[in-house]
Design a protein around this ligand. Structure first.
Ligand code: UDX
Ligand code: ADP
Length: 457
């Protein structure tokens, strides 16, 4: 039996390796992490991340050909193929701080592979890394004194959280970048055959390494750009009376444009979009491409604007003061169906409301543990409440931050009864029935549509 090792048991590594184990029973798959608590959790039924369908997937393979371990040296030594899915956050210090990728975890992994390897291996880069990182990886690996041969492949992961299992099982495409050397192409064929266990061949795309790395950054930049584009039109619609839903539908029905990723929001979050665009921006600046850098940076700046605009709208609607007013944020995760809060717009919105001395109450079905960590500096002033009805009780306003399905079907008449008056709803995801809310008595502020305001109430 051949051995596959996954280094890094996070949002990418955990689900991806579990899917490989399920689809490729001829391989023994081990996943390692430097964080022992994470490994304990992966070995239990309280997985460290929430993802629909993940527990069932893990349970179907764990103990058969899927194992989670902290013994990194042993499993590096035994592996034939190593998938690297360690985190590459944005640098917070030194050159490129705030933009460039922090590659310390990634480089540490490369050096560990060199240290513990005794046989040739295929190294598959899954973490999103700046273009040309595979070359650096190859150089570190080639510098090994034992003369062991390594082939580095780039195989970016396109799964989205909340739909990770479906995305892994039925990917739009699998991208494999390899060096165009004899052994590089051979290694590529090994990975192609691995994926061919469940992905149709025509969806497996082979490119050179640089194209593969660049495609990942570009795909995320394009997706984020669509959201910033639609969000950029929301203030315009609010002022003029145009309706962003109608505009979005009309745009999306153009088959050249398509309807995906045109939902207006409080701003995109998640671990990838901002990080990858800033990465692209940094690389462009580094290569002297100032205009290109400015172009992409604007996508991120528009997102920041959308977040702050949401808080400002709350403030101005509520008579320019929220001091002492209880405001219930419905949702803290960066999107529905995940407990992940990395780069969630909720963090900024909660902080800005807190700065205005609002009494912020946060509810979310899966993300309150992460909210506690994200808001640790202001936690003493914030209430975390799992029940949305309790969160809304005594509030002046509800703000929908995450598009959880359960927020669509709450009893809003009951919520209204329990709130201070005048009661406000700010729908940062446009998931509610605005006219019906207005009829209940709420002052309703959708995104990209004029507000529905009661006068005299
Ligand atoms: C993204 C990419 O989709 C995925 O291919 C890549 O591998 C990782 O980054 P993810 O961040 O998990 O995935 O979620 P995604 O569904 O892309 O949503 C990102 C953010 O954009 C969320 O905050 C979401 O709410 C927001 N969004 C998405 C919108 O505001 N409007 C939309 O129309 C779509
Ligand atoms: P992603 O969303 O990219 O999967 P995560 O932060 O969820 O990012 O997961 C990355 C994982 O990689 C973390 O669990 C972290 O502990 C792990 N990790 C980081 N560096 C190493 C390393 N050198 N060896 C093993 N695991 C590592």
């Amino acid at each position: 039996m051949k051995n596959i090792l996954g280094i890094g048991a996070g949002y990418v590594g955990g689900p991806t390796m579990a899917m490989i184990a399920k689809k490729c029973p001829e391989y023994r798959v081990v996943v390692v992490d430097i964080n022992p608590q994470r490994i304990v959790a992966w070995n239990s039924d309280q997985l460290p991340i929430y993802e629909p369908g993940l527990l069932e997937l893990v349970q179907s393979a764990r103990g058969k050909n899927l194992f989670f371990s902290t013994d990194i040296p042993k499993h590096i030594a035994e592996a034939d193929i190593i998938f690297v899915s360690v985190n590459t956050p944005t640098k917070t210090f030194g050159l490129g701080a705030g933009k460039a990728a922090d590659l310390q975890y990634w480089e540490k992994t490369a050096r560990e592979i060199v240290k513990y390897s005794k046989t040739p291996k295929i190294i598959v880069e899954k973490s999103t890394v700046p273009v040309q990182t595979a070359l650096a990886m190859q150089r570190i690996l080639d510098a090994n004194e034992a003369g062991i041969h390594f082939d580095v492949l780039s195989n970016p992961e396109f799964l989205a959280e909340g739909t990770a299992i479906r995305d892994l099982e039925y990917p739009d495409r699998v991208l494999i970048g390899s060096h165009e050397t004899e052994s590089g192409l051979k290694a590529r064929d090994v990975l192609v055959n691995l994926y061919a266990n469940w992905v149709p061949r025509e969806k497996i795309l082979a490119t050179n390494v640089w194209s593969s790395e660049m495609s990942k950054l570009a795909a995320n930049a394009f997706l984020a750009q669509r959201i910033s584009s639609i969000n950029s039109l929301t203030p315009f619609c609010e002022i003029t009376g145009a309706n962003i839903e109608e505009v979005g539908k009309a745009i999306g029905m153009d088959s050249r444009i398509g309807h995906y990723f045109l939902k207006p929001s409080v701003g995109f979050g998640g671990s990838c979009f901002k990080k990858d665009i800033l990465n692209l921006v940094y690389l462009c600046e580094y290569h002297g491409l100032k205009e290109v850098a400015t172009y992409w940076e604007q996508v991120v700046l528009m997102n920041e604007y959308q977040r702050t605009r949401f808080t400002r709208r709350i403030l101005s609607a509520m008579f320019n003061t929220v001091a002492g007013k209880r405001i219930a944020l419905f949702g803290f995760a960066f999107k529905a169906n995940t407990g992940d809060t990395r780069e969630s717009s909720a963090i900024r919105i909660a902080q800005e409301l807190w700065q205005e001395h609002a009494k912020v109450v946060i509810t979310d079905p899966k993300a309150l543990d992460n909210a506690r960590i994200d808001l640790k500096d202001i936690l003493a002033d914030i209430v975390l409440e799992p029940d949305p009805y309790q969160a809304a009780r005594g509030s002046h306003a509800i703000a929908i931050i995450t598009e959880w399905d359960e927020y669509r079907t709450l009893d809003y008449a009951k919520l209204y009864q329990s709130m201070e008056k005048p009661a406000f709803i700010f729908d940062g995801r446009n998931i509610l029935k605005h006219r019906a809310l207005y009829d209940i008595g709420f002052n309703v502020y959708p995104l990209g549509k004029p507000p529905l305001i009661h006068f005299g109430k």
